[in-house]
Design a protein around this ligand. Structure first.
Ligand SMILES: [Zn+2]
Length: 237
């Protein structure tokens, strides 16, 4: 099992860890800041530095077979580490911060468009949500409302509730396709003060003003009951 350091502090960039298991090109550590792909958010990239100073690039991070296990995928697929090795890790913070901004922005979008969310994805500088909606939302109106929310600069906070408490409040779960992770007995609720509350295991900005201006690049019809809303950051941000 890997201690998920990004859960406690989404802004930390560097950490120390010990290799628990390894095979060529893959490493499991006892603790990590690398977010593993999940909930529509891509895995982090970055580097691991060995005691002799060698730096190994991490091209992706995925969930392992065990609960809370993170598998770091090395860019050099032949590289093999030894269990017990102490190393330093660092994530590509510029990329992660853009992912956090877009991920948090999708929470706001789900508050602007009030309809069940059937899917979603976050990319570097762009993102999308699919809504169970018979009519297309008006692009300019959604963009305006979304940016007005962002300018409110509301704080984002977390709290944990039990699976049973979540079951008692099914209205908290907006996503039909991505159910919150179960099995630990606890689910993390993410609250954007006064705007949105839902279970989520991803990484978020502290205040929504950090998201900055966003553009709705497209509203697509994907089937009779499905509308896909695509977002992007302006090129310079
Ligand atoms: Zn989230």
């Amino acid at each position: 099992m890997t201690e998920l350091l990004f859960r406690a502090d989404a802004y930390a960039t560097d950490f120390e860890a010990t290799v628990l298991a390894a095979e060529p090109g893959k490493v499991v550590l006892d603790r990590t800041l690398f977010y593993p792909e999940g909930g529509g958010q891509p895995g982090d990239t970055g580097a691991l530095t060995l005691p002799d100073g060698r730096e190994l690039k991490v091209g992706d991070a995925r969930k392992g077979a065990q609960p809370d296990e993170v598998v770091h995928l090395l860019a050099d697929a032949t590289q093999l580490l030894t269990a017990g090795t102490r190393l330093k890790g660092s994530i590509d913070w510029q990329r992660r911060h853009r992912l956090m901004r877009m991920h948090t922005c999708l929470h706001l979008l789900s508050a602007v468009i009030v309809a069940p969310v059937t899917g979603g994805a976050v990319g570097d500088g762009y993102g999308r949500l699919d809504f169970d909606l018979p009519e297309s939302p008006e692009r300019d109106e959604v963009q305006e409302k979304l940016n007005a929310l962002i300018r409110q600069d509301a704080p984002v906070s977390f709290r944990w509730i039990s699976d049973a408490e979540l079951d008692a409040q099914p209205e908290l779960v907006k996503t039909l396709s991505v159910q919150p992770p179960r099995g630990h007995g606890q689910v993390r609720l993410v609250e954007v003060a006064g705007i949105d509350l839902q279970p989520c295991g991803g990484t978020h900005v502290r205040r929504i003003g950090e998201i900055g201006e966003v553009l709705i690049s497209k509203v697509e019809k994907k089937g009779k009951q499905n509308r896909r809303v695509r977002l992007e950051f302006p090129a310079s941000t």
